[in-house]
Design a protein around this ligand. Structure first.
Ligand code: NAP
Length: 438
């Protein structure tokens, strides 16, 4: 029997994900060798603190604080440190030394992806990042490879488990945002500083990656319009529920033609009402899912665990095996095509339905005035529901109006809402949320 070639695998980081990657590499060494045609030897693990206790028992001699030396002598480098620096410099160094790189670092890819992709192309090495979007769910490779003969028209993703957990808690218990966030923190689903999750920045980084692969064009974080979930109230959730909707934070990338006839891609993240029967509405707790519409394949949905050390390690190992196979078999390192050249369109160009909650004076003719304003802006109303409230102390009646519009251009919808706010019969606009899937 011929001796298998050995490939050196350097691991940067031994935290939640890194420790599980190291464990699988050691425990499943024989199976991985059989699948790749090479023995994958863990050549070292770079960490900050050499004495820290690890989730997994690993040979102490593997640990080093000298990441730079480690990456210069590896066939594949797995970066699971997170953050921008030194991860960025180490990845560039690795590629310049001819190593393939596997990373789960969406923050780095969103901030400086183009530099990394260009360096990978220049060096002829593979840069893979399946773990960067939706943890364990194999989503990037299906988009890049399996759907490369099709045309993707739209991607809708629940790609942040923390916000999905919070919104799901609010939906199932009636809790306010702050209480649901506190519960998420207590259970370890949200970090002490939840900004990146609840403001939508984490989802925006993933939206940029999904859009880039789906539309064969490199989109940066600046191309993503981003709105988080901090303004979503228990009243919004309750009203949505009553109307048959659920609120989800969606990452959306879709091909559109703007008012001037220019075709481009709208990439955005915002809280979105979805009909309860939509497949994404069933995604509960901290799970993730990505819903894809393609011209020939039709609708596809990918569902699973979007985070967690072991699930995410699965995605990392998949990339590692693929990189190792490529090294063994030879061939180009190119991992994506960027021949789409479609521009990113501003949020104003997007086409969506709106849900609008209004607190209005209970007077004759109010509904007609509001309906007329919508018509003047070219926005047609699909559903208009009125509930009358009487204030027990003042005995004054007011009406709560809930309107769902047909799909219209965001700019027209925004102008309509602005005009409605100016009406003297409007006490307040209680919520404005976008609707998909109707
Ligand atoms: P983590 O638990 O914070 O672990 C980070 C590891 O990197 C630690 O072992 C740390 O060393 C090491 N490290 C950090 N800075 C370093 C430096 N300057 N020099 C040397 N070592 C350094 O992170 P994680 O949760 O495993 O996440 C790793 C990456 O995967 C991130 O990019 C994250 O966005 C991504 N990701 C994570 C998940 C998830 O569920 N956790 C899911 C998808 C993607 P010490 O232990 O010595 O401090």
């Amino acid at each position: 029997m011929t001796e298998l070639r050995t490939l050196k695998v350097a691991l940067l980081g031994c935290g939640n994900v890194g420790a599980q990657v190291a464990r699988i590499l050691i425990d499943d060494a024989d199976a991985l060798a059989a699948r790749t045609g090479a023995r994958l030897e863990l050549s070292g693990i770079a960490v900050r603190n050499l004495d820290a206790e690890r989730d997994v028992e690993l040979p102490q001699e593997l640990f080093t604080a000298d990441a730079e030396t480690l990456v210069k002598d590896a066939d594949v480098v797995i970066e699971l440190m997170g953050g921008i620096e030194p991860a960025r410099t180490l990845i560039l160094t690795a590629m310049r030394h001819g190593s393939c790189v596997v990373t789960g670092n969406k923050a780095l890819l969103a901030q400086d992806g183009p530099t990394l992709y260009e360096e990978a192309d220049k060096a002829g090495v593979q840069l893979s990042y399946e773990a960067a979007v939706a943890g364990a769910i194999p989503i990037l490779r299906p988009i890049r490879d399996s759907l490369s003969g099709d045309r993707i028209t739209r991607v809708l993703g629940i790609v942040n488990g923390t916000t999905n957990f919070i919104l799901d808690q609010m939906d199932s218990t009636g809790a306010q945002f702050a209480d649901a966030l506190a519960e998420a923190q207590r259970l370890g689903y949200a970090e002490a500083d939840p900004t990146a999750d609840v403001e939508g920045y984490d989802a925006a980084a993933k939206a940029a990656i999904l859009a880039s692969l789906s539309f064969h064009t490199r989109f940066a974080l600046e191309d993503v319009s981003c709105e988080g979930i901090t303004a979503v109230s228990a009243a919004d959730i309750a009203a949505a529920k009553e109307a048959g909707f659920v609120i989800k934070l969606l990452a959306i990338a879709e091909k559109l033609t703007d008012e001037d006839g220019k075709t481009g891609v709208s990439v955005r993240v915002h809280p979105t009402l979805l009909p309860r029967e939509h497949p994404l509405a069933a995604v509960r707790g901290a799970f993730n899912a990505v819903f894809i519409e393609a011209e020939n394949a039709g609708e596809l949905m990918f569902y699973g665990q979007g985070a967690g050390g072991t699930p995410t390690a699965s995605a990392v190992l998949g990339d590692l095996v693929s990189a190792a196979r490529r090294i063994v078999l030879g061939g180009p390192g190119r991992t994506e095509t960027t021949t789409g050249h479609v521009p990113a369109l501003p949020i104003d160009a997007s086409i969506t339905s709106y849900y609008i909650g209004l607190d209005v004076a209970d007077q004759p003719g109010v509904l007609a005035r509001i309906a007329q304003l919508f018509a003047e802006h070219g926005v047609s109303i699909e559903i208009m529901r009125q509930t009358i409230h009487r204030d027990a102390d003042s005995n004054v009646e007011s009406a709560e109006l809930r309107i769902v519009t047909h799909r219209a251009r965001e700019s027209a919808l925004a102008a309509t809402v602005k005009a409605v706010k100016g009406l003297d019969v409007i006490n307040s606009v209680t919520s404005v949320l976008r609707v998909e899937g109707v």
